[in-house]
Ligand binder design. Sequence first.
Ligand code: NAD
Ligand code: UFG
Length: 338
Amino acid sequence: MKILVTGGLGYIGSHVVVELLNENFEVVILDNLSNSSENVLDGITAITHKKPEFIKLDLREKSAVQDFFKKYSDVSGVIHFAASKAVGESVELPLLYYENNLNTLIYLLSQLKDKNNAQFIFSSSCTVYGQADELPITESAPTKPAESPYGNTKQIGEEIIKDICKVTPNLNAIALRYFNPIGAHESAEIGELPLGVPQNLVPYITQTAIGMREELSVFGDDYPTEDGTCIRDYIHVVDLAKAHVAALKRLVNAKNKDNFEVFNIGTGKGSSVLEVITAFEKVSNTKLNYKIVDRREGDITAAYADTHKANTELGWKSIYSLEKALLSSWKWEQKIRS
Ligand code: NAD
Ligand code: UFG
């Protein structure tokens, strides 16, 4: 079966491509390389000994998307990663985010809605929950007003898919709400390549440990948590990738209960910023230079997933520990700087 992976050379997409190839799916990747490089294909090939088809294409070009589906009429399954993802940048450049994250989605769905049978998997985020009233967070927790245009594109994206699914029984979709993806493939052939100064905790930690950054700023230690720092659910990107394969199989095998479903993808375990630092120091055998600074605007206190629905319905469970994920990030950082 041929699966289209948009944004398949990016951080999460490349790990999903590996898992799809391992499961003998045929893969075609569309990516405009705005936040990735064609070299990622070599990493995927080194791991799987298979080279997926890659087409450089900007999904904001509606006619290019139409032409792709004309030529690749045998593609019915799509995993859609392509999007812009920097929360701060989205505040500065909202139109870019609404265009890149929503137009691309609409162009893809316009092509899929007329197929006899189509499967669609969407990269959503736990950001849709904001600060949830109850922890762990279940899929039925209410969504909260988005903190940023980026977060809004995920909420609106889910609504667009839901509305289209209502009137398109042949389209089956799943939105996966990721918690905090970290780590890299254990081979260190693929991993995260943040452009410029990392905004996320783990790449900032590894770049500090390797000497690229002087020190890590811990954003606030006065939150109402045990050690005062924020709590998140950090999930190994390989576990996250396997969840996509499970979701795809659910749709392909018509095991879904509704033609639009939502799943939390996390470990179910919350870790504070200081716990992440301690775990990183242990697995890397380094001492991390860090200081406590003021809170970062827009950060919530705590978020971690209730994974019951994904465990039972998708038959998927995360297996990697925080330590294992951090070690893989560290191995990746060392490899790319060597
Ligand atoms: P990434 O930037 O590494 O990957 C996205 C890929 O899409 C890149 O290769 C980029 O070049 C490509 N792309 C962007 N716009 C495109 C366009 N118009 N046409 C073609 N290709 C385009 O990001 P990622 O971390 O792998 O995230 C993948 C998805 O998961 C995104 O939708 C993101 O919003 C979502 N997500 C990510 C996180 C996270 O923490 N990384 C958390 C929740 C959700
Ligand atoms: N943090 C620091 N110092 C840093 C970076 C982060 O202390 O230099 C702290 C943050 O304050 C937060 C925690 O580390 O408490 C995690 O921060 P990240 O930026 O790594 O992750 P977020 O939970 O803020 O957000 C990430 C993505 C969002 C996505 C969300 C849920 O950036 O796009 O996960 O998937 F929506």
